[in-house]
Ligand binder design. Structure first.
Ligand SMILES: Cc1cc2nc3c(=O)[nH]c(=O)nc-3n(C[C@H](O)[C@H](O)[C@H](O)COP(=O)(O)OP(=O)(O)OC[C@H]3O[C@@H](n4cnc5c(N)ncnc54)[C@H](O)[C@@H]3O)c2cc1C
Length: 604
């Protein structure tokens, strides 16, 4: 089945919905790009995704990464495609904060198709971009000169090393240590990291690991962790590759999906010869380091990136299911054999996938737009407002998008019926590949907690109140919109439910009701995410209404705009009402799962 993607929706987001021009006119970008570049970037990105990247997706699934005699071998074609993307501007050099880098809002639209075409390859590129961005922000000039050029041109790749056998969701339990040497920037690293994506393999000549480790004198918990650049092969001062740096791969995981991506267990310093370069300051007098905060720079990108990757996979599964629906003949309507798209329930499934993926995409690009503005405008007060919105959207994007992608990819299998369950079609691979996205970069629970414990309360709750206020203002300004009155009534009702949930959380926080705060965190996140997605879709529907009013009835684009209105109406009338029920469930504050005896929860 041919790789297809909804390029038209990406163009709509960049050219008709978001104020992309405002981003492109910022000092950092204006010399390099303007609105006229968007079409060619997306058309070329689509071509690269179809012709170069999508062919290796099934190859990686059928011939996953191998670990033989201590050597990790990537699937056929992966090295060539990784290097092609990095060398030709489809990877880290466009995504990183360097001269000529693109705004995220624009670059991600091309990158979304690459992620959809091969999720395992997408994560290799994104990890390298994330690691390079951390070095660009926190490294010394000499570190930047030493590592960045080859990370950007595809010769080397990057990883993030947090997880250890006894430190998963709770990173603060990490046991990996960093011992000082005579050189104040150089440390000996010792410990074991597990589940490290792209931790080893044959797609590059060197791997630049960013490793969280506790320096001598570091306090307990996550505050005591520092961050170190630990190359697989030492990098000489002139940038050439030196001796092996005592980083040993001891296992490669056999996984449910993402066979093309090497998930490695790594031993650092088995022979006491592993060295790392410190990023940031040594521990202060209380033993606190900034390692996790620096890693968070990479993780925040990766967290939005995880939601983005999830929606890319869901969108691709939907695109392929929709193609099948106009090819498969089955059943009768009024005595005539029909294509399955004629059946009401198949249309419902396609509409469900369309509305979810378009709505979540809108929320994701709203996030990218706010990051671009926060990082690149000079007015600090305005930048802070953009940063606050991006911070609130990050857990919504990571958790809601990844949880939804699991359902959407399963629904895509359902559209195909029995063949969807076979390996003859590529959709079942998306079901397996997408599940990890609810787990890595923090499980869904971690993001629920991030929302209710941090994002709702940061800055004394002002940024969250502003975010809610933005949605309310939109409702107030547009609720009389002809043809969408019912939808705005639903959004207003859902908004009031969200207000109730927020007030309840204020009470729970005041009374330190930690069991309830955690228990209802993910459901509260769903309430906020569904309200946000509905708002984005209605904003888009208003634009579509205006376009339809101006276009001739037989204009080639008229059905696209009708489809945008249908997505908004479907989401608001069929998905958003979940918020009404969820808010009742949260207010009910049932504790049966906590009160149930542990002995009866565990099946023996
Ligand atoms: C394919 C793959 C690739 C990965 N890539 C990387 C990588 O590149 N770098 C890296 O550092 N890590 C990576 N990871 C690790 C990943 O980030 C962790 O698996 C994840 O953070 C969860 O940790 P854990 O597996 O130890 O689960 P646990 O922390 O043991 O969690 C198990 C369950 O308990 C829940 N839980 C845990 N603590 C709490 C709590 N306090 N309150 C409520 N519920 C809780 C979790 O939500 C989860 O449902 C990868 C993992 C996989 C499978």
């Amino acid at each position: 089945m041919e790789f297809k993607y909804n390029v038209r929706d990406l163009l709509f987001i960049l050219k008709e919905w978001l104020p992309t021009k405002e981003v492109l006119e910022l000092d950092r970008f204006k010399e390099y790009y303007d609105m006229n570049d968007i079409d060619s970037i997306l058309i070329e990105g689509y071509k690269v995704s179809r012709e170069v990247v999508s062919p290796i997706n099934a190859i990686g699934d059928k011939n996953p990464v191998r670990f033989e005699k201590g050597v990790v071998i990537s699937p056929p074609g992966y090295r060539e495609v990784y290097q092609f993307l990095q060398k030709n501007g489809w990877g880290s050099s466009s995504e990183c904060v360097v001269d000529g880098g693109m705004p995220l809002t624009v670059f991600k639209a091309a990158s979304e198709m690459i992620s959809a075409a091969c999720p395992a390859m997408g994560s290799n590129v994104k990890l390298t971009s994330g690691a390079a961005n951390v070095i660009l922000h926190y490294g010394r000039e000499e570190d930047k000169e030493r590592f960045i050029p080859k990370m950007l041109n595809g010769e080397w790749q990057g990883t993030m090393n947090l997880t250890e056998p006894s430190a998963g969701s709770d990173v603060g339990d990490a046991l990996t240590k960093a011992f000082p040497t005579d050189d104040p920037w150089l440390y000996k690293i010792k410990g074991t990291k597990m589940f490290i994506t792209a931790g080893d393999g044959s797609i590059c000549d060197n791997i630049i690991h960013l490793v969280l480790a506790r320096p001598t004198g570091g306090c307990k918990g996550s505050a005591g962790l520092g961050l170190y650049i630990v190359p697989k092969y030492w990098v000489n001062e002139d940038g050439s590759i030196g001796r092996p740096n005592d980083v040993t791969t001891i296992a490669v995981e056999h996984k449910m999906g993402l066979g093309g991506s090497a998930t490695c267990m790594l031993n650092y310093g088995e022979n006491d010869e592993c060295y790392g370069i410190r990023l940031g300051n040594p521990p202060d007098e209380k033993g606190r380091s900034q390692g996790l905060a620096m890693m968070f720079r990479m993780m925040n990108e990766s967290r939005i990136g995880t939601g983005f990757n999830a929606n890319a996979q869901a969108s691709s599964a939907y695109a392929q299911a929709s193609q099948y629906a106009v090819e498969r003949v089955q059943g009768y309507i009024k005595g005539e054999r029909v294509l399955i798209i004629k059946h009401a329930d198949v249309r419902r499934m396609l509409m469900d996938m369309k509305a979810h993926t378009e709505g979540i995409r809108a929320m994701i690009y709203k996030g990218f737009y706010n990051i671009d503005m926060a990082e690149n405008i000079k007015d600090k007060a305005k930048a802070k407002k953009h940063d606050d919105i991006a911070a609130i959207l990050t857990p919504l994007i990571k958790c809601y998008s990844s949880e939804t992608a699991v359902n959407v990819t399963c629904e895509a299998v359902q559209v195909l019926g029995g063949v969807g369950y076979t390996k003859e079609f590529p959709i079942e691979q998306y079901v397996r590949d997408s599940k990890i996205l609810t787990i890595w970069e923090g499980t869904s629970f971690i993001h629920g907690q991030d929302l209710v414990k941090r994002k709702m309360r940061m800055g004394d709750g002002v940024p969250f109140a502003n975010w809610m206020g933005g949605i309310l203002s939109f409702i107030e300004a547009n609720k009389a919109a002809a043809g969408l009155e019912k939808e705005f009534r639903n959004l207003e009702k859902a908004y009031r439910c969200m207000e109730d949930v927020k007030s309840l959380y204020d009470v729970w926080h005041l009374n330190k009701m930690d069991d309830l705060i955690g228990l209802y965190a993910i459901r509260t996140l769903f309430v906020c995410a569904q309200v946000q997605v509905a708002e984005c879709l209605l904003e888009q529907a208003l634009i579509a209404q205006k376009q339809i009013a101006q276009l001739a009835a037989d204009h080639y684009d008229i059905n696209f705009y009708k489809g945008k209105i249908a997505s908004a109406r479907y989401y608001v009338n069929n998905i958003l009402p979940n918020v009404f029920i969820l808010s009742e469930i949260i207010k009910n504050a049932d504790l049966s799962s906590q009160e149930c005896p542990e002995e009866s929860l565990v099946v023996n």
